[in-house]
Design a binder for this molecule. Structure first.
Ligand code: HEC
Ligand code: HEC
Ligand code: HEC
Ligand code: HEC
Ligand code: HEC
Ligand code: HEC
Ligand code: HEC
Ligand code: HEC
Ligand code: HEC
Length: 471
């Protein structure tokens, strides 16, 4: 007879429960060769003793901030959980047996209690703990609770520790822990191609953690993490796009996938401050409001940075380091993080070159400059859209010139020539590349001469080899 069954049946309801519990514990201890534990799924004497008091529905405690903390732990759920082989005291090592339950403990709030328990996971889950500590969520936790911002998750916010099931069990999508805090994004996701596919067919389609990871969650627009996860499932993506899109790899680098796959969304150009030597986005140092200060000072009227301001800002960021190390890398992305989760079926994806490669294209009407903030999330400042089409700025926004969308006519001829010639297939791609590179090189040389004349402080250095458009 299983002790857990007895506990389950009798403890919650029966007033004689304690007698029977004592008897069961005695029975358990009397079996030779077993210590306090009888077998799989059964409880140690100490744990059973805790549950004797705690498996009472409605048991709760009023905290200092008037929140009610439920103290009920269901024996049945605990025995069935992944932690059934752990004892309460493995995690609750600070329970003082003499006074516990008799003297009232002071607990300020649920959040404070959760924070005080967080460390208990470290011993047995070192790897996940380390990954989590490297995450944006952990950085937000360290930063403390802030007015107007939801608290970021601790282990126990995503894992119900007393009733835990194996993560291998496929749950309904609404059970993903992410949904509780990112409601709007979850709603969008649940109706997009992946959400619908996941409901229909299960695990093959991604849920939040497949694209963002679960423990080392990073800011979404930082680095290539998300793109890499798309490509890990959609393995032939580059080949599929190459059929119609010249230099697909460059387009993928410069355009976030949802830009084409969420046809109705609003887009923008994000100029990311990028450290060429370190090969990563420039990040703001913790606690120093450098970026805000500099951009605010350079844009007193708050109408967006103009090309001069942008240039002098870049110069400032390059000071003290190797000149030319800090560059701007353009990227087309969506303006709304919610819309990034409205991926449509492929027939609706944007294929028309004109969406981007024409004067006044919508995507190029909103421009911002970003640096990675202390937690990795971007800090933004608006930039005047004219910067993209100015000759002087071509040098600072190097690597981001979308044919036709801006008014640099000389460069546009390359594309127009190809279209006039009407060549198709691979020949067209090669021709575009060849013509485009020739013209661009000439153009950049002209600007450089101009800049060298005008300002001896201009930015030396080519578009780096690894960033070459012909790659
Ligand atoms: C005699 C009954 C009893 C037993 C046995 C008991 N508890 Fe409690 N427990 C309580 C009561 C009553 C409270 C509420 C105390 C208060 O108001 O501060 C409580 C509170 C708690 C809390 C809330 C936080 C805190 O520290 O006050 C935790 C966690 C807890 N118990 C865990 C345990 C564990 C683990 C065991 C076994 C080692 C255990 N309890 C054994 C009665 C008991
Ligand atoms: C794997 C670690 C772990 C084990 C095992 C564990 N607990 Fe907990 N317990 C926690 C954590 C973490 C919290 C804080 C939960 C939160 O932040 O919401 C907690 C909270 C509690 C609370 C406060 C109310 C609540 O649910 O938040 C009680 C009471 C409690 N545990 C009792 C027990 C008892 C009784 C056992 C054994 C049957 C047990 N715990 C086993 C980790 C554990
Ligand atoms: C005393 C060691 C111990 C502590 C402390 C502990 N765990 Fe566990 N945890 C385990 C064991 C053992 C398993 C079961 C692993 C298995 O069977 O694969 C487990 C499983 C899990 C799983 C499910 C893994 C899966 O494969 O589905 C999660 C999630 C988890 N623990 C989270 C936590 C959290 C959160 C904490 C801190 C509140 C915590 N654990 C503290 C020992 C521990
Ligand atoms: C933002 C939500 C979230 C937070 C915070 C979180 N987890 Fe998880 N965890 C998940 C999800 C989702 C899964 C299942 C998917 C997966 O395996 O990546 C998971 C899986 C696990 C697993 C089982 C799979 C494995 O990798 O072994 C363990 C153990 C675990 N988490 C422990 C922890 C611990 C310990 C912490 C705190 C340091 C923690 N988790 C914090 C969401 C979270
Ligand atoms: C198919 C992959 C994928 C899935 C599944 C997914 N996301 Fe995203 N998520 C993205 C992409 C792509 C972005 C936009 C990144 C960029 O700037 O290019 C993003 C952005 C975000 C952001 C940042 C929003 C902002 O305002 O900047 C959050 C938060 C987020 N996702 C949470 C979630 C949550 C929660 C879920 C599950 C309900 C989820 N994501 C599911 C790919 C995914
Ligand atoms: C307890 C609440 C909570 C849970 C649970 C939670 N998050 Fe978050 N998350 C936050 C908060 C707060 C922020 C910072 C504010 C924001 O960006 O919404 C954040 C930020 C993010 C960001 C960065 C947004 C950006 O600007 O790039 C991503 C990505 C993200 N979460 C993904 C997830 C994923 C994936 C899960 C589930 C595995 C998850 N979150 C679970 C509270 C939560
Ligand atoms: C310039 C716009 C554009 C960009 C950028 C883009 N796509 Fe596409 N994608 C399309 C179009 C258009 C189709 C439909 C092609 C067709 O039907 O021939 C498509 C098709 C697909 C398909 C279906 C492939 C199949 O098997 O038929 C997947 C999956 C896909 N894209 C993923 C991605 C991913 C992942 C990224 C980012 C790395 C991305 N796309 C970037 C426009 C784009
Ligand atoms: C865990 C694997 C996985 C990840 C990660 C993933 N997808 Fe998917 N995706 C699927 C599956 C499965 C389908 C539905 C079956 C299909 O159409 O291929 C799908 C469908 C699609 C479709 C619709 C294709 C069509 O035929 O209409 C697009 C577009 C798409 N994904 C783009 C993306 C983008 C963009 C990302 C990254 C932001 C991404 N996927 C990440 C598995 C994944
Ligand atoms: C969603 C917007 C978008 C769409 C749609 C798009 N492009 Fe582009 N394209 C860009 C951007 C942005 C760049 C600039 C990339 C850079 O310089 O970093 C670019 C660059 C190019 C280049 C220069 C590549 C090189 O080797 O330097 C060519 C050629 C080109 N696109 C042709 C096309 C053609 C042809 C189509 C339609 C089949 C198309 N593009 C569709 C945004 C787009």
């Amino acid at each position: 007879m299983k002790i857990s069954w007895i506990l389950d049946k009798l403890i919650p309801s029966s007033s004689k429960g304690s007698l029977i519990l004592a008897a069961s514990v005695a029975l358990c201890l009397s079996i030779p060769g077993t210590a306090a534990r009888a077998g799989d799924g059964d409880l140690s004497r100490e744990t059973a003793a805790c549950l004797k008091c705690h498996d009472k529905a409605g048991l709760e405690k009023k905290l200092e901030n008037q929140e009610m903390l439920s103290l009920h732990v269901s024996t049945k759920a605990f025995v069935e959980s992944m932690h059934s082989k752990s004892d309460c005291e493995d995690c609750h090592s600070n329970i003082e047996s003499k006074t516990h339950g008799k003297e009232k403990a002071v607990i300020k709030s649920k959040r404070e209690y959760s924070l005080s328990m967080q460390e208990s996971c470290r011993d047995c889950h070192k790897k996940n703990f380390a990954k989590y500590e490297d995450s944006l969520h952990a950085a937000l936790v360290k930063d403390g609770s802030k007015e107007g911002r939801k608290d970021a998750p601790l282990c126990a916010d995503c894992h119900a520790v007393h009733t835990l099931h194996s993560v291998k069990i496929v749950e309904p999508i609404a059970a993903t822990p992410c949904a509780a805090c990112h409601e709007e994004i979850f709603k969008a996701y649940s109706r997009d191609v992946h959400g619908l596919e996941r409901v229909a067919k299960g695990k093959t389609a991604p849920i939040c953690s497949d694209c963002h990871k679960s423990h080392d969650v990073k800011a979404a627009s930082l680095g290539d993490g998300i793109k890499d996860s798309c490509l890990s499932c959609h393995k032939n993506t580059v080949i599929v796009h190459k059929d119609w899109l010249p230099n697909a790899a460059l387009h993928f680098e410069a355009i976030s996938c949802p830009v084409c796959h969420v046809p109705t969304a609003k887009r923008r150009v994000n100029l990311r401050l990028y450290d060429n030597a370190g090969k990563r986005q420039v990040s703001e140092k913790t606690g120093v409001p450098l970026f805000d200060k500099r951009t605010d000072a350079a844009d007193l009227q708050n109408v967006g940075l103009d090309e001069r301001a942008l240039l002098s800002l870049l110069r400032e960021f390059n000071q003290g380091g190797v000149p030319g190390n800090t560059v701007l890398r353009g990227r087309l992305e969506l303006r709304s993080g919610i819309e990034a989760h409205q991926l449509a079926e492929k027939s609706r994806a944007i294929k028309d070159c004109d969406t981007c490669h024409k004067v006044g294209a919508e995507a190029f009407q909103s421009v911002s400059l970003t640096i990675a903030g202390p937690d990795g999330r971007p800090l933004r400042h608006g930039v005047q859209k004219e910067v993209l089409s100015s000759l002087q700025a071509t040098e600072s926004v190097r690597g981001f010139y979308a044919i036709g969308s801006t008014r640099i006519k000389l460069l546009d001829y390359a594309l127009i020539l190809v279209f006039l010639a009407g060549v198709g297939g691979p020949l067209a791609h090669m021709t575009v590349k060849w013509l485009f590179r020739r013209v661009r090189e000439k153009h950049v040389a002209e600007i450089r001469a101009e800049v060298a004349q005008g300002q001896s402080q201009a930015f030396p250095g080519d578009r780096p080899a690894n960033d070459d458009a012909s790659k």
